[in-house]
Ligand binder design. Structure first.
Ligand SMILES: Nc1ncnc2c1ncn2[C@@H]1O[C@H](COP(=O)(O)OP(=O)(O)OP(=O)(O)OP(=O)(O)OC[C@H]2O[C@@H](n3cnc4c(N)ncnc43)[C@H](O)[C@@H]2O)[C@@H](O)[C@H]1O
Length: 273
């Protein structure tokens, strides 16, 4: 059995099919970890959702910010944005089953000291904390008041984690840290403006993986295409798996046992913004 972790699909279905072929993926024996953002910007978001859902127990995925955006549009009164490619999902006959499945996905997947989240791990959080906090958001998404949570989920406040946070502020902070984080300051304050390469860091901020931790986990994440799979000056053991397929880069699978990476080229012609 081989376990592969794959970065952001963002609707790149043809590339997913090609990658599964390239790694000779067999759902009877092998396992897939998907780092979230299954949907949006690319042309095959509906097909990606159907494909991953159909893999059943052979695949586990975490929620990314674009997946949450889809849920907010479908079930929280959110509005589609200009570059969204989510309409085929919203109009699909199997939309409710796909959305139910998506909404129940966790914000982290863990095996021993290996943790996968969409955006990474705040230096202030242990693995146990990140799992427990992610489970709070999962409970909000699967509970009776999920629609109310999705309506209030958007926003950039609060920017810094405090254990005493409560209610929607707490849930929004956890959601943002696990699905939107890139640059942070020494106190763990999140920046939401910069999303290009490392030279776009705001003054006083650095990538979350350049801050030292007390423990030594192995972190798998996606979200940050401009890293191109690299982690300069990292002070943590981590794997950046969003290799920008939707931006014309590649889709990458990491063999979690050997550390070997296998990539297929993007079939998208999208311009970088
Ligand atoms: N709680 C919450 N509060 C608020 N909003 C929430 C929310 N939860 C969900 N959302 C939602 O999140 C959604 C996404 O927010 P956005 O801000 O639109 O998306 P993002 O994930 O931050 O950026 P993007 O998808 O462009 O990232 P990527 O790294 O691929 O690309 C980034 C840039 O990198 C560039 N890039 C890609 N490859 C590159 C390369 N090789 N080299 C250099 N640059 C590259 C691209 O040109 C691009 O400009 C929104 O729709 C929002 O509604």
């Amino acid at each position: 059995m081989t376990t592969y972790a794959i970065g952001d699909l963002q609707g790149c279905h043809a590339e997913l099919v090609a990658l599964l072929e390239a790694i000779d993926f067999n759902p009877a024996h092998d396992r897939l970890w998907l780092a979230g953002d299954l949907v949006n910007r690319g042309p095959g978001s509906l097909e990606c959702l159907r494909e991953v859902k159909a893999l059943g127990a052979a695949a586990c995925s975490v929620l990314g910010n674009h997946d949450l955006h889809l849920l907010a549009v479908a079930r929280g009164g959110g509005k589609l944005k200009k570059n969204d490619t989510l309409l085929p999902i919203l109009e699909a006959p199997d939309r409710e089953a796909l959305l139910d499945w998506l909404q129940a996905l966790p914000l982290s997947v863990r095996h021993g000291d290996t943790l996968m989240t969409h955006a990474g791990l705040l230096p202030q959080w242990t693995l146990d904390q990140a799992e427990a906090l992610g489970a709070e958001v999962n409970a909000a998404l699967t509970g009776e008041r999920a629609g109310a949570f999705l309506k209030q989920m958007y926003g950039n406040q609060p920017r810094r984690w405090r254990p005493e946070l409560e209610g929607i502020e707490r849930l929004r902070m956890i959601t943002n840290a696990l699905t939107r984080m890139r640059f942070i300051d020494a106190e763990g304050r999140l920046d939401f403006e910069a999303k290009e390469g490392l030279d776009s860091a705001p003054k006083g901020f650095a990538p979350w993986f350049q801050f030292a931790r007390q423990d030594d986990p192995y972190l798998i994440f996606g979200h940050w295409a401009a890293l191109q799979g690299r982690l300069p000056k990292a002070k943590v053991r981590a794997e950046a798996l969003d290799t920008g397929c939707v931006w014309g880069g590649s889709l990458t699978a990491l063999d979690l046992e050997t550390g070997k990476r296998i990539s297929v080229p993007s079939q998208q012609t999208r311009e970088k913004s």
